[in-house]
Design a protein around this ligand. Structure first.
Ligand SMILES: *Cc1c(COP(=O)(O)O)cnc(C)c1O
Length: 511
């Protein structure tokens, strides 16, 4: 289904539809299951031998079994024409099936959604330096846990720990699989079997089923809720602290805001309460900016260093949100507590792999050159891209896209509101520009949905967002206009409702 992406008009790339490749001479009658050959006979055809030579017997035979099974089902249902069982049709279907099995399912897309750090699209695009590190250590042995000076086993997190301490002012740091794992480890190590105290205003759910009450429960700690949804006061914490209390947890309400009659306890006050009772205070900061974004006229997110300075003992952040690196969970803070996490059995279970660690180290090294950060760190580069530059890009691409789409569509340059994404600064808007695509004839049903689906099927899928009867393509994250230009021939070939038939054939689709 995927192998012919972009090379054929839509609706004709289903590998189950070899009728599309059919022999024009075959009479058009329903095929019976018995008309289909067995795997062995199919593979003995000369062209099948060529496929076997190229891709190996196991893959081709498996693809053939799969395809024939599905065609047999269709024949049984009376939904297969005899043209579909011709040798030519079967071989074409088999070649498609084999190639599509080799195509990665995880592949690049053009993120024109307007959401820069998009959790469903892999969050932060990695810096060049991180990509170089991945390529260099991925295929070769590396010093992941090896101390070259001593010639013996070393510590996995050591290199990034030093960088994180310098960047946040922390005494110690560790890295685990993601921030959810970081919170899990903090609560398990510091409050397993005892109580974790959290404000009711901070019992958040982050996308992908991260919920503070569930994480605390899964850590083996008992959640003690204090305050109310909108207001929590110092005395709420004070009166909840008892003999079984082990941890105060403050959670950054990343992805929502409560406005109006609200009160929460600032970290400095909470830290004083924690200290008075001899309890640690941990803060789940979530998005994890390591530099003050207001330097670039973006809204300021609290930094881990601010939280430590305010008296938090541990702070957890994600590696792939505003930090701009790979998926990872980072804990920074007081050495004695970080050491307890380091030796907890869950640390081993949640540890981060060499690829993530290498990419994280390279990303953190970018922060050593703050003046270059906005160029080197894609997340920051995209977030700070001037609206005027995006507008100019939209103006340039507009006529090209309009030509490719043809007269059935109207393409206009529009001002848009983007988002940072991944729970960072949920109410902050990123003023942006993009292209709005609308059907030229007043809405005939689902045209825009059909167009959006076709754009998702391009060789490099294009993801926008539908608002009303328009498909909006926010160009903030399109740094290379040629990435879209390369797709214009395939866009021109899409078999869209409203497109005069015959135009598709006029465009040369040769790759
Ligand atoms: C995003 C987020 C998490 C989850 O982090 P992952 O790295 O996705 O596991 C946890 N807490 C907060 C406050 C967040 O914003």
């Amino acid at each position: 289904m995927t192998s012919a992406r972009g090379r054929e008009p839509s609706g004709k790339r289903d590998v189950n539809a070899p009728d599309a490749h059919g022999d024009a001479l075959a009479p058009d009658r329903p095929a019976r299951p018995a008309d289909l050959p067995g795997v062995d006979r199919l593979l003995r055809l000369p062209d099948a031998a060529a496929l076997v030579a190229e891709y190996g017997h196991a893959l081709v035979a498996d693809g053939a079994r799969d395809m024939l099974g599905r065609l047999r089902d269709r024949a049984r249902a009376g939904a297969l024409q005899s043209a579909g069982v011709s040798d030519a049709a079967l071989l074409a279907g088999l070649a498609d099936a084999v190639r599509s099995r080799l195509e990665p399912a995880i592949r690049p897309v053009l993120n024109l959604t307007g959401i820069v750090v998009h959790s469903n699209l892999g969050r932060a695009p990695l810096p060049e330096a991180a990509m170089r590190q991945l390529a260099s250590v991925g295929a070769r042995p590396c010093t992941l846990e090896y101390d070259l000076d001593e010639g013996r086993r070393g510590e996995r997190d050591e290199a990034v720990e030093a960088l994180l301490c310098r960047l946040t002012g922390a005494e110690a740091a560790i890295v685990v699989n993601n921030n959810a794992a970081a919170v899990l480890l903090v609560v398990a190590a510091l409050a397993g079997g005892r109580e974790t105290i959290v404000s009711r205003g901070e019992l958040v759910e982050i996308g992908g089923s991260f919920r503070i009450p569930d994480i605390v429960g899964a850590s083996g700690s008992r959640l003690v809720e204090v305050g109310t949804t909108n207001r929590t006061h110092p005395h709420d914490y004070e009166s909840a602290i008892g003999a079984h209390s082990a941890l105060l947890l403050k959670v950054h309400p990343s992805n929502y805001r409560i406005e109006g009659f609200v009160a929460s306890v600032p970290e400095t006050t909470l830290a004083a309460i924690a200290r008075r009772h001899g309890l640690p205070l941990a803060c789940d900061l979530g998005s994890g900016a390591l530099v003050d974004l207001s330097r670039w006229h973006l809204p300021r997110e609290p930094l881990p260093g601010d939280m430590l300075a305010a008296g938090c003992d541990l702070v957890t952040i994600s590696g792939d949100k505003l930090l701009g690196g790979p998926q990872a969970g980072i804990v920074v803070g007081v050495k004695a507590l970080v050491d307890r996490l380091r030796t907890h059995p869950l640390k081993r279970a949640l540890r981060v792999g060499k690829l993530s660690l290498a990419a994280l180290e390279a990303t953190l090294r970018c922060y050593q050159q703050p003046d270059l950060l906005v160029q080197q760190l894609p997340v920051l580069r995209l977030l700070t891209r001037p609206a005027e530059e995006i507008r100019a890009l939209a103006d340039t691409l507009r006529p090209e896209l309009a030509t490719a789409l043809g007269s059935g569509w109207i393409v206009s340059t529009v001002a848009l509101d983007g988002h940072i994404g991944s729970g960072a600064l949920p109410v902050a808007r990123l003023p942006s520009w993009g292209l709005a695509i609308a059907p030229a004839q007043a809405a005939s049903g689902r045209q825009v949905e059909i167009l959006a689906a076709e754009l998702r099927r391009l060789p490099e899928p294009v993801l926008g967002r539908i608002v009303g009867h328009r498909l909006l393509l926010d160009l903030r994250c399109l740094e290379d206009p040629d990435a879209l230009r390369r797709l214009l021939p395939a866009i021109g070939a899409i078999d869209l409702p409203g497109r005069a038939s015959g135009t598709t054939g006029a465009i040369d689709l040769a790759p």
